[in-house]
Structures are given as C-alpha cells and as structure tokens.
Design a protein around this ligand. Structure first.
Ligand SMILES: Nc1ncnc2c1ncn2[C@@H]1O[C@H](COP(=O)(O)OP(=O)(O)O)[C@@H](O)[C@H]1O
Ligand SMILES: N[C@@H](CCOP(=O)(O)O)C(=O)O
Length: 291
C-alpha cells in the first residue's frame, strides 16, 4: 500500500507575534514512499542540484533525528511551497520527515514528540507548529520544550505576494538586533499580547491595527524587503485588513476580502511589482498521512 504524507505551508510571525505565531496555509509538500525496503536512502525531487538526494536531505535528516534506526527508503517529494520565500518550506520538509519516521517507527511517538524535535531542528516553533497541527498556532518555549495552542483564524481572505527573489531565513535573522531596550521590549510584548486577544475575539479592526505595529523584526528587515512598505500603502488604499512580512520574508501577506484582491493586484503591477500573487486559504488539518 503506498503511503503519502501531506504537509501545509505556513506563514509565521503575523507582525508582533515574532517566533511565536504561525498560520497553516493551503500550499502543500507531498512526500511519497516509493520503496520502504530500499538498500539506501534516496529522495527524488525537482528542487535542483543544491538540494541533496541522500541522507543529507532535510526530510531524511529529520526522519533520522526522531528514529535513528529507521530502515532506508526510496522517497519522492513534490512541493507547491517555494523555497526560501517566507512560507515555511524548511519546516514543512522537517515535519514531513518526522511524520514519515512516526509512521514507520516501532516506538509510538506522540505529536508533542514531533513538535519537540521539529522545533529543535528549525530553531523556533512558529512554522513547525502550524505545519504539524494546522490553523493558527500560538507557541512558547517552556523549560526547553515547545507548547503550542491551536486557534481558528478570523480573516476572510489571504493574499500572498511572493517576490522573484529568495531570502534565506538565516540571512534575514542576521539583520536583527541582539538586544532591545526595556521600554521597546515592553511595548513589543504588549502589541503581541493584544494581537492574540484580537485574533481570538474576532476583532478584525484591532487585528488590522496591530498586525502592522511590530517592533521585533519588520523595522530591521525593511531594507531587505522594500516592497513591504509599498504593499502596505496600496493595501490601505483599498481598505484591506492588514499586511505583514510572512516569516523572514520576502513574501508579504495581506489579509483582504476576495472582492478587493484584483484591485490591489492591479495597483501593485502599476507600481512595478513583478512577483507572484497567490490567494491562500487557511489549512485547518496540518500534516497528515494518506494511504
Ligand atoms: N523539501 C525540501 N527538501 C530539502 N531541503 C529543503 C526542502 N525545503 C526546504 N529545504 C531547505 O530549506 C531552505 C529554505 O529554508 P528557509 O531559509 O528557512 O526558508 P523558508 O522555510 O521560508 O522557505 C532551502 O534552501 C533548503 O535548504
Ligand atoms: N520567526 C522566524 C520565521 C521564519 O519563517 P520562514 O518561513 O521565513 O522560514 C523569523 O522571522 O525568522
């Protein structure tokens, strides 16, 4: 029987929810098991020569991190999630590897076990949690372990602008400061708290205000993603529900009803934005195994 693992993309941070908030969206990585008794680990993909086809591949590394004795398999991965664009491709790959190991392991690993290993490999829980659990997740590290609270997301529509260039998360984290002043940290925390409360109480007007007030990362990443300010300005002109940098960028996400999307896209094209616009929906299921 053939086994298929499907993992959604994710959009992290949502403004002031840096390294904590994440949303699963309906673009998918699909991992197929072609042979579960292969002589060596092998993975077919069309991501190009920079992505390994053997044990050095992130998907296989993640599987072996959970279950080092897992027997070699021949795999095939296809993905609708662009690499290094701020839609959590690395987290989806890690979660796919962990779901594979969970499926074939002798040990009964729990979802919490997977979240723990995924967070360790990714370095922060905000993408791996929604990729694993679906929907909106609010995550925190407690005594070295990730805890994620799942919630539903109130927006009517999501429009992602995916620029023509890649931006590795590692590179985009290098421009962040090592420290914030006490005053800024208190303000940044209160913005994040209020955003979560506004999301959980469906207060879209407040969500719109708060999504755009981040003090943790967007001000520092601005220089790497100049289209963020432009899109935010255009989104205001059509009265959209808020715009934020998706993950570490360069993708920019706008909360906007479907009726206004075309107008925003036309305005952006007129201003010379040549990247891809895609309409997204929230994925509420998270990673799953299909037989
Ligand atoms: N399916 C995959 N298989 C192997 N490696 C992957 C896969 N998807 C992503 N990666 C690795 O993760 C990198 C992108 O991760 P990152 O810079 O965090 O960006 P993002 O997660 O926002 O797409 C890729 O350049 C690649 O090295
Ligand atoms: N909180 C992280 C999120 C990175 O998300 P990605 O989709 O760009 O990998 C950050 O902002 O660095």
């Amino acid at each position: 029987m053939s086994v298929k693992i499907v993992v959604p993309a994710s959009s992290a941070n949502l403004g002031p929810g840096f390294d904590s908030l994440g949303l699963a969206v309906d673009r998918y990585l699909t991992l197929e098991v072609l042979d579960d008794e292969a002589s060596k680990w092998q993975i077919e993909h069309d991501f190009g020569p920079k992505i390994p086809n053997d044990e050095r591949n992130l998907i296989i590394k993640a599987a072996l991190a959970l279950e080092p004795k897992l027997s070699p398999k021949r795999l095939k991965v296809t993905s609708q999630i662009p690499l290094a664009r701020g839609l959590g491709s690395s987290s989806s790959a890690i979660v796919a590897g962990l779901k594979l190991a969970q499926y074939f392991a002798q040990t009964a690993y729990t979802t919490e076990d997977l979240l723990q290993v995924a967070t360790k490999l990714e370095g922060h829980p905000d993408n791996v949690a929604p990729a694993l659990l679906g929907g909106l997740t609010v995550s925190v590290m407690l005594n070295g372990r990730p805890h994620s609270i799942c919630a539903s997301f109130p927006a009517e529509g999501l429009l992602a602008y995916i620029p023509d260039f890649e931006l590795a998360t590692k590179e985009s984290r290098q421009v962040l400061p090592n420290e914030l002043s006490y005053k800024t940290a208190v303000r940044a925390g209160s913005l994040g708290n209020a955003l979560v409360a506004a999301l959980l109480t469906n207060d879209l007007a407040l969500v719109k205000e708060l999504l755009e007030q981040d003090l943790y990362h967007e001000p520092y990443r601005q220089k790497l993603v100049p289209h963020l300010q432009l899109l935010r300005k255009l989104a205001h002109e059509v009265n959209a529900d808020g715009t934020y940098l998706s993950g570490a960028g360069p993708t920019v996400m706008t909360l906007i009803g479907p009726a206004k999307m075309e107008t925003l896209i036309k305005k952006a094209r007129k201003q010379g934005l040549t990247g891809k616009f895609i309409k997204l929906e929230v994925d509420t299921l998270g990673a799953r195994v299909e037989r």
